[in-house]
Design a binder for this molecule. Structure first.
Ligand code: ARG
Length: 456
């Protein structure tokens, strides 16, 4: 096809080059933000009399009509017009003629795409924040419903100490609270208006950047035109925050997968969120949790892709920057889909409290409390550790639990064991004794729950 910006050329563009370099097949989704930015730009050009007020009005009207066509699906994007910007500008000129050719005054696609990506990313952050909150609410609801349930807490995936299920669930709540904080913080750095930087050095026209920033609800205008057209830090940060949130989702998924095995039997995920096997009739597979875990790799991949694309780029705009889009779009879509489905799946989970409780009877999880008891009687912690270790070994050999031991048996390991030690040997007591901020005692977890609900 003939050249888009053809004045300087005599030859045509190779078809293969057109197909290789077009971006409209994936950047067409930026159209609503592109048009919003163009409307603000046109209004400013009119207000500053850089173009006539009547041309500005025609441009704005034309852009709004195009936005409607795009929204209702009747607009035809053409890959021969390369990208979203050119598609919309060409449609505008076709629709309103001469005035449409004045829209690009004092602007370049370089600051235009920077603007579009910032507007887009800001909206994705807001949507993501809402979805994280939805997931946190689902965690809180589960924690409240099963507040009394105690299960083994694990280190090294070995029984460690009993904890409240609510405490376990609120651990994820805290991870997602940090994710929300991260997205909120990064929103400030997204929220800087790059338009006016033009290609790289600014423009001789007497533009009013503050007006555009105000209309588009930016907190600030960029302070260096060269940085503004080449900066993609905000997208890298977006991917980093997304990758970390996905990592948290993935850890939660992994626990759901583990807990729904017959070996654990702690939970059963609802039928609507599990799948059968094409060959094994008995199967009920936690595919959704597995997929969330699996999709984490794509989002981490997006972060690495962006960092790698940026690392060798000289100032200012380079076409490499077009490669930011597919990874960052995929990262955002993936994260939002995973947050949504996880929030929907959590309420379908049945908790097998009896299995969790039975599991707390295994693994000698009261051992630390016994050692701490001896410490309270004046024994050094290291010696107490050794003493209780021996008692555990004794139980392992005789296939007994610590709570099966009689007082004289206990006292054969240490004369400091007294009758009150018996009541220490229950998960309830063990949990209750961890009564400090951040501990798993029910009173503490109750107030953590209250705080969590307030933060939503
Ligand atoms: N499709 C381009 C991108 O995503 C838009 C900016 C093009 N600018 C240019 N000078 N070729 O980066």
């Amino acid at each position: 096809m003939s050249k888009l910006w053809g004045g300087r050329f005599e030859g045509e563009t190779d078809d293969l080059v057109e197909a290789f370099s077009e971006s409209v097949s994936f950047d067409a989704r930026l159209a609503p933000w592109d048009i919003r930015g163009s409307i603000a730009h046109a209004r400013m050009l009119g207000a500053r009399k850089i173009i006539s007020k009547s041309d500005a009005d025609k441009i704005i009207r034309g852009l709004k009509e195009i936005a409607k066509e795009i929204a209702d699906g009747s607009f035809r994007f053409d890959t021969r017009l390369e990208d979203v910007h050119t598609n919309i500008e060409a449609a505008l000129v076709q629709r309103i003629g001469e005035p449409g050719k004045r829209l690009h005054t004092g602007r370049s696609r370089n600051d235009q795409i920077a603007l579009d990506m910032r507007l887009w990313a800001r909206d994705q952050v807001d949507a993501t924040l809402g979805q994280i909150r939805g997931l946190q609410a689902a965690l809180v609801a589960l924690a409240e419903e099963y507040f009394e349930v105690i299960l083994p807490g694990f280190t090294h995936l070995q029984h460690a100490q009993p904890v409240l299920l609510a405490h376990h669930l609120l651990a994820y709540f805290d991870m997602f609270a940090r994710d929300r904080e991260r997205f909120r913080e990064l929103r400030h750095r997204i929220n800087v208006m790059p338009l006016g930087s033009a290609a790289l050095a600014g423009t001789p026209h007497s533009i009013d950047r503050a007006q555009v920033a105000r209309e588009l609800e930016f907190e600030a205008v960029s302070t260096n035109s060269m940085d503004a057209v080449s900066d993609r830090d905000f997208l890298i940060e977006f991917c980093a925050a997304a990758a970390l949130a996905m990592t948290h989702l993935s850890r939660l998924s992994e626990e759901l997968v583990l807990w729904s095995t017959p070996e654990f039997g702690f939970i059963e995920i609802g039928d609507a969120f599990t799948t059968g096997s094409s060959i094994m009739p008995q199967k009920k597979n936690p595919d959704i949790a597995e997929l969330v875990r699996g999709k984490t790799g794509r989002v981490t991949g997006a972060l690495v892709a962006l960092l790698t694309t940026m690392k060798g780029l000289p100032l200012t705009y380079n076409r490499d920057l077009q490669e930011d889009k597919e990874p960052v779009f995929d990262a955002s879509d993936t994260l939002q889909a995973c947050l949504t489905i996880m929030a929907r799946m959590l309420p379908t989970i049945g908790i097998n409290a009896a299995r969790m409780s039975a599991a707390t009877q295994q693994g000698f999880m009261e051992a630390t409390d016994l050692a701490d008891y001896l410490v309270e009687r004046g024994v050094s912690f290291r010696e107490a550790h050794e003493t209780v270790g021996k008692a555990v070994l004794y139980c392992v050999r005789l296939e007994k639990r610590l709570s099966d031991l009689s007082l004289p048996e206990m006292q054969s390991f240490s004369p400091y064991f007294g009758p009150e030690v018996i009541k220490l040997l229950s998960p309830n007591t063990t949990v209750r004794r961890r009564n400090h901020p951040g501990g798993t005692a029910p009173a503490r977890v109750r107030s953590a729950l209250r705080r969590a609900k307030r933060s939503l």
